[in-house]
Design a protein around this ligand. Sequence first.
Ligand SMILES: Nc1ncnc2c1ncn2[C@@H]1O[C@H](COP(=O)(O)OP(=O)(O)OP(=O)(O)O)[C@@H](O)[C@H]1O
Ligand SMILES: [Mg+2]
Length: 354
Amino acid sequence: MQGLHMVGIHHAYGAAKILNNISLTVPAGELVCLLGPSGCGKTTLLRIAAGLEQLQAGSVTIDEVVIAEGPAQLPPEERRIGYMFQDYALFPHLSVLDNVIFGLFRRDRRTARARALVMLDQVGMVPHAEKYPHMLSGGQQQRVALARALAPEPRLVLLDEPFSDLDTNMRARVRQQTLSVLKQNNVATLMVTHDPEEAMFMADRIKVLGDQGRILQSGRPADIYYKPADEYVARLFGPMNMIDGVVEQGGLKSSFGTMALEDSTAAEGSIVRVLIRPEGMILSNGGGDGGAPVDIISAHLLGDTSVVRFKVRNGINSGAEFHMRMSGAFDPTELGQIWARVDLRHAFQYPQNQ
Ligand SMILES: Nc1ncnc2c1ncn2[C@@H]1O[C@H](COP(=O)(O)OP(=O)(O)OP(=O)(O)O)[C@@H](O)[C@H]1O
Ligand SMILES: [Mg+2]
């Protein structure tokens, strides 16, 4: 298989165990995102792939060639890997064009220059080719760093939090451009981020790394969002609502009615916790199936969405507080009695002892 293959990677700094049996595959043309909290070992894993950190256990293969296993470890410069790190690390004393040419030292000056210009064109930076890094905005520097990483036609690109220094608007734009340039070059890309939305946007596949240095879940973005393997993964996407349901005659009873029980071994009368995303609560001014009357606590317009907090009035969850997001503004005073329902696509059941 063309692409990156890491198997059974363990890593420790002294006595501190950081990575615990990590295996992953990034096929050519795909982008895999490692998503995990600060300090969980994301950068360490990229450095091991790049050869900047000595491999301690496991193996690294690129395009079916083993580049690190046991004591046999190819030096970084022979791995044909392009990197882009958070600070871009452009050479301040070189022009934009020379920054991109720098990695093309194996080619003669004329072909190197032509290749560098092709890459600068792909990222829209040809008009800035003669400028120096300090004359560029953050987004422009990022594009130069991307062109430099891709110019030598690497077999693998490693991106470490590549957009974290950009402001919100710039980030959205640069993210889109980066993705299309990577796809155009059909290169295997391993990217790390702690931003779930960024991972969802960029990745063909996401690997969630927990703070024990273990992979907690792997899957397509929709799997991670709609079928989180455990409470930790579910909570990655932001604060969740939580209700306790009671197991009753094989169903799960709460103030929102009875929903299907996923764990068939749960005992009658026991409590099962249900996590519901803010976008999984629906408010309306009518009752109906599964609707619970609620009292609105607050509503805040954030721009295109509003965040509404409310309390359930009756039933076993009475008094429990929830929050939800809805598009547009929300004025509860116009609506009379409000009812809340749960959109089950955004509700997840986990045993309470987790
Ligand atoms: N050279 C080193 N020597 C000792 N400990 C290190 C070294 N590099 C990293 N660590 C520690 O290993 C852990 C993982 O670090 P790493 O940089 O891989 O995390 P990360 O997931 O990239 O975090 P962040 O999201 O903050 O960048 C951290 O606790 C860090 O302090
Ligand atoms: Mg890091």
